[in-house]
Design a protein around this ligand. Structure first.
Ligand code: NAD
Ligand code: ZN
Length: 358
C-alpha cells in the first residue's frame, strides 16, 4: 500500500519574503473577528524583529520558552488558554522559530480540533480531524520540520511524533535573511540534522528514487556550505534553508536510521537537544556510515566545532538500559538500517557499547 502523501500547501520563498507575511495572512482574515495566533521563538523577545510581525489588535502573540524540547503538556496548556480567551478558533497558527516552535505550531493547530490531550495522539495517524490553518516561518534551518508530516513531542511516557497527513503545514515562508543571526555551534548542530537525515535516508532498505533525488541535492548543498571556505555567508544561509527543505522532503519518501534511533533514546533520558544529540551519536557511528562520519568530522574541524563529551558518563546502568529500551522501540528505523532481521544484529550489547563512548 502506498501512502497518499500531503505536501506543504503554499510556499513563499526569497530574501525578505517575510515582509509579505501580512498580505498572506490577510487573505485568511475573512470574518470581522478573525484572529491569528502567533508563536514566536524566545530569541526574538525584546528584539526589533517583533515589530516586523504583522500582528493586529485582535491577534494573540505568545513568546515560546524552548528551554526544553516541545512537550505535550505545554501544547495542551496553550490550546486551553486560547480557548478560554476566545469563542472562535484562530484562522491560522503561525510558528516563527526553529524546529521547536514550528513543532509547537503544528501540534497546537491540530489540538484545536481534536479532543483531549495531545499525548493521546503520539504515533501514526491517530489524529481524526483536520486542524486549523498553519503557517511556518523557519528562523534556523536543518530539521526539515517546516515540510515534514510530523511534530515531535515529549509526552508523559514517550518522545514521539504526532505523525500523519493532517500534521503538514498549509503555508511556509522561507526567508533566508531570518537565519543570519543564529550563532554557532547551534547553527552547525541543526544543519547537521539535515546532513544526517540525508545520509540516513540513503543508507537503508526503505530508500526510494524520490527520496534519493531530493536528498542528493540537499547533501550537495550541505557539502558546499560546510566544506567550503566560509560557511557563514548570506549565499550559504540561503543554501542551508533550501537544503533543510529538501532534506525534510527526502525523509518523507524514506526513513531516518541508526543515529536518530539512538539519539531519541539519549534525549529521553538526558534531555539533550536533537541537533547536538545527533552530532554526538553520529560521531560514533563509523560502523554504520563510515565515509559520512569521516566527512562529518572534516566539517566539524573546518568550522571549529568541538562536540561535548562524556554525556553518558554520569548515567546509571538503569538509565542506560532505559535509553536502549527507547531506541529499540524505533523498529521502522532499525528495519530501514539493517533489514527485517535487524534484531539479530542490533543487540543491547552493541547499543550499550556505543552509548558508553558518548
Ligand atoms: P530550536 O528550535 O530548538 O532552536 C535552537 C536555538 O536557536 C534556540 O536557542 C533558539 O532560540 C535559537 N534561534 C532560533 N532562531 C534564531 C535566530 N534567527 N537567531 C538566533 N537564535 C535563534 O532548534 P532546532 O534544531 O531547529 O529544532 C529542534 C527541535 O526540532 C527538536 O525539538 C526536535 O525534536 C525537532 N525536530 C522536528 C522534526 C520534524 O520533522 N518535526 C525534525 C527534526 C527535529
Ligand atoms: Zn532529525
Amino acid at each position: 500500500m502506498f501512502r497518499n502523501l500531503k505536501a506543504v500547501g503554499r510556499i513563499l520563498y526569497g530574501r525578505n519574503s517575510f515582509d509579505q507575511l501580512g498580505d498572506v495572512l490577510d487573505e485568511l482574515r475573512i470574518e470581522k473577528d478573525s484572529y491569528i495566533l502567533f508563536l514566536v521563538d524566545e530569541y526574538f523577545d525584546g528584539n526589533d524583529f517583533l515589530n516586523r510581525i504583522p500582528v493586529k489588535p485582535q491577534d494573540i502573540l505568545k513568546i515560546i520558552d524552548i528551554t526544553d524540547e516541545p512537550k505535550t503538556k505545554t501544547v495542551d496548556q496553550i490550546v486551553a488558554e486560547v480557548k478560554s480567551l476566545r469563542t472562535s478558533l484562530p484562522v491560522s497558527v503561525v510558528g516563527i522559530g526553529g524546529g521547536s516552535v514550528m513543532d509547537y505550531a503544528k501540534a497546537i493547530r491540530l489540538m484545536f480540533t481534536n479532543e483531549g490531550s495531545s499525548a493521546l495522539y503520539q504515533g501514526l495517524d491517530f489524529i481524526k480531524n483536520k486542524g486549523v490553518h498553519c503557517t511556518l516561518v523557519p528562523t534556523i534551518s536543518g530539521t526539515g520540520a517546516e515540510v515534514s508530516m510530523t511534530t515531535v513531542l515529549s509526552g508523559p511516557e514517550k518522545k514521539l511524533g504526532i505523525k500523519g497527513n493532517f500534521t503538514t503545514a498549509d503555508q511556509l515562508v522561507m526567508d533566508p535573511e531570518l537565519i543570519r543571526t543564529v550563532p554557532d555551534p547551534h547553527r552547525f548542530y541543526t544543519a547537521m540534522d539535515c546532513y544526517i537525515h540525508n545520509i540516513e535516508a540513503f543508507n537503508g532498505h526503505r530508500k526510494t528514487v524520490m527520496g534519493d533525488s531530493l536528498g542528493t541535492e540537499s547533501l550537495r548543498l550541505c557539502r558546499e556550505i560546510f566544506l567550503g571556505e566560509d560557511s557563514r555567508t548570506p549565499e550559504n544561509d540561503e543554501k542551508l534553508m533550501v537544503a533543510s527543505f529538501l532534506g525534510g522532503l527526502s525523509l518523507t519518501y524514506s526513513e531516518v536510521g541508526a543515529c536518530h534511533a539512538i539519539s531519541y533514546g539519549l534525549a529521553t533520558v538526558t534531555g539533550i537537544h536533537h541537533g547536538v544529540g545527533n552530532c554526538i551519536v553520529f560521531n560514533q557511528l563509523e560502523e554504520f556510515y563510515p565515509e559520512a562520519v569521516k566527512e562529518f568530522r572534516t566539517m566539524m574541524a573546518k568550522n571549529n566545532i568541538v562536540l561535548p563529551t562524556g554525556v553518558t558518563a554520569g548515567c546509571t546502568s538503569e538509565e542506560i538500559e532505559k535509553m536502549i529500551d527507547v531506541t529499540l522501540t524505533l523498529v521502522f528505523m532499525w528495519a530501514h538500517v539493517s533489514g527485517p532481521e535487524w534484531q539479530k544484529v542490533i543487540t543491547r550489547d552493541k547499543l550499550r557499547g556505543l552509548l558508553s563512548k558518548m
